[in-house]
Ligand binder design. Structure first.
Ligand SMILES: Cc1cc2nc3c(=O)[nH]c(=O)nc-3n(C[C@H](O)[C@H](O)[C@H](O)COP(=O)(O)OP(=O)(O)OC[C@H]3O[C@@H](n4cnc5c(N)ncnc54)[C@H](O)[C@@H]3O)c2cc1C
Length: 393
C-alpha cells in the first residue's frame, strides 16, 4: 500500500515488544511451492505467486535462504496413489519442475530416506521467516511508516469531533495507555483475530482455536541424515501436513510439528494455561464437535506429545536410522485455527468489517492460514487491492 500510495500515512501497532513473536516467528521455516491446495483456490494462487515473490525479495535484500527442495514420500499403496494425485494438483497449480520419483530412485534425492514412491519439488526452500518479517518492518519504516510496539489494541471507537461534512471522523484505536486515530483500519491479529473482529461488531464466528505444533530436534551426530524437507503424504481427513523433517537455516533439523490443543492462545508449552482462553474454549460448541470427530487421533497426538519418543516410530518409516535416543524436545508454534460453530475448520481467507460506520472503514483479516508466510507478499498485494476497492482510495 505504501509502494502504491507513497503519500499515505500508515502505522502498524503490535502488542509485543518486537515483530514476529507469534506464528511468523514460530513456524517450520519452509518456503512452500503450492502443491497441496485445491486448484483455483486463493490458497493455491497466493502460495505459487508468493513463492516467486519471496525468492525475488530474498535475492534483492540478501536474505539467507536455501532451495533445499522437498520430497513427499508414500509409505503404502494408498499413499502411492495419492502421489499421482498430488502431482496432478501441483501441475494444475503451476508448481514448477515437479517430478514423480520411483522407489529405487528416492535415495538419489535423499540417500537415507525410504519409501514406496515420492514427489520431488526442487523449488521448495527454507528461510527464517522472523528475519524476513524484520526486513519487511524495516522497509515499511524506510518508506515513512511508523511501528508502535507494546501497543495492545483493546477497542475501536468513532471519535466524536467532526472533520467537516466531507470528511470522516477518525477511528480511535485504543490500548491501555495510549490512543491513536486513523481514518481506516486493517487488522491481521493471528491468534487474536476473532477478538479484534468482535470489537467492531462482527460475529464471533469463525473463532480461533489454538493448536500447538511441537517439534523435536535431531541430535548433532544424526543431522547428516537429512538434507532436504521430507514430508509424509498428507492424510485428507486431517487439516495439517503431518510430521516432517525440516532442515533449518542454522543447520538444525526439526522434526514435526504435531497438532495438540493448546490451553492458551499463546500456549507454547503444556504448562502455559490461560483461564480466560480455557473458559472460552469450554463454552464453544464447535470445539466439542471437532473433539468428538477426532477423538481417537486427538488422544494419540496427546500421548505422543507427552511421551515424545513414541513419535520417533513415525519418523523411522522415512529414515530408519533415527532412533529415540537421537531426538530431544524442541521449540513449538501455535496455529491460529479458525473454526465455525459446527466444528468445521475454515480453510480459506476470511475478511470481515463490522457494524455501523466504523464497520465500513475496518477490514479484519480473520484467517490467514498456512502457508501464509510463503504467501505473505502475494497476500499483501491482494489486501492492497481490497483496501483500494473497499475504501475507495
Ligand atoms: C507450527 C507452524 C508451522 C508453520 N509452518 C509454516 C511454514 O513452514 N511455511 C509457511 O509459509 N507458513 C507456515 N505456517 C503458517 C504461518 O506461520 C502463518 O500463517 C503466518 O505466520 C500468519 O501470519 P499472521 O501475521 O497472520 O499472524 P502472526 O504472525 O501470529 O501475527 C499476528 C500479530 O498480531 C499481534 N496481535 C494480536 N492481537 C493484538 C492486539 N490486540 N493488539 C496488537 N497486536 C496484536 C500479535 O502479537 C502478532 O504479532 C506455520 C504456522 C505454524 C503455527
Amino acid at each position: 500500500m505504501m509502494i502504491r500510495h507513497p503519500n499515505l500515512k500508515m502505522a502498524i501497532v503490535e502488542k509485543e515488544n518486537a515483530v514476529a513473536k507469534h506464528q511468523t516467528g514460530h513456524n517450520s521455516g519452509v518456503v512452500h511451492a503450492g502443491i497441496y491446495y485445491t486448484p483455483g483456490s486463493m490458497k493455491a494462487k497466493l502460495c505459487v505467486e508468493g513463492l516467486k515473490l519471496s525468492y525475488e525479495y530474498f535475492c534483492k535484500h540478501n536474505v539467507p535462504h536455501n532451495k533445499v527442495g522437498k520430497l513427499i514420500v508414500a509409505q503404502n499403496p494408498d499413499q502411492v496413489k495419492r502421489i499421482d494425485d498430488l502431482f496432478d494438483r501441483g501441475t494444475k497449480n503451476n508448481v514448477p519442475d515437479l517430478e514423480v520419483v520411483e522407489k529405487d530412485c528416492i535415495a538419489n534425492y535423499e540417500p537415507k530416506c525410504r519409501g514406496e514412491k515420492a514427489l520431488w519439488s526442487p523449488w521448495t526452500g527454507i528461510v527464517d521467516w522472523a528475519l524476513v518479517c524484520k526486513h519487511f518492518a524495516e522497509d515499511f519504516q524506510n518508506m515513512g511508516g511508523q511501528i508502535f510496539l507494546n501497543y495492545e489494541v483493546t477497542g475501536f471507537a468513532e471519535m466524536t469531533e467532526s472533520k467537516g461534512s466531507d470528511e470522516l471522523a477518525p477511528i480511535s484505536i485504543r490500548s491501555k495507555h495510549k490512543c491513536l486515530s486513523s481514518k481506516y483500519v486493517l487488522t491481521c491479529a493471528g491468534l487474536h483475530s476473532d477478538r479484534l473482529a468482535v470489537m467492531t461488531g462482527c460475529d464471533r464466528s469463525p473463532r480461533i482455536v489454538p493448536f500447538r505444533g511441537e517439534y523435536l530436534l535431531l541430535s548433532d551426530k544424526k543431522k547428516h541424515l537429512c538434507t532436504t524437507n521430507i514430508y509424509p503424504v498428507p492424510d485428507p481427513r486431517f487439516p495439517f501436513l503431518g510430521v516432517h523433517f525440516t532442515p533449518r537455516m542454522n543447520g538444525d533439523i526439526w522434526l514435526g510439528p504435531n497438532a495438540v490443543l493448546a490451553l492458551a492462545r499463546e500456549g507454547y508449552r503444556w504448562r502455559d494455561i490461560n483461564i480466560k482462553d480455557c473458559i472460552e474454549m469450554a463454552k464453544f460448541p464447535g470445539l466439542y464437535k471437532l473433539c468428538f470427530r477426532f477423538f481417537i487421533p486427538g488422544c494419540k497426538e496427546v500421548i505422543k506429545s507427552i511421551f515424545y519418543p513414541l513419535a520417533v516410530k513415525d519418523l523411522q518409516k522415512f529414515i530408519p536410522e533415527v532412533s529415540y535416543r537421537d531426538v530431544k524436545r524442541g521449540p513449538a508454534g501455535v496455529r491460529a485455527q479458525a473454526m465455525d460453530n459446527d466444528g468445521k475448520l475454515v480453510d480459506d481467507f476470511v475478511f470481515d468489517g463490522g457494524k455501523g460506520s466504523i464497520g465500513s472503514r475496518v477490514i479484519h483479516c480473520r484467517n490467514a492460514p498456512s502457508p501464509a508466510a510463503t504467501s505473505s507478499l502475494a497476500i499483501a498485494k491482494h489486501i492492497a487491492d481490497k483496501l483500494e476497492t473497499d475504501f475507495k482510495f
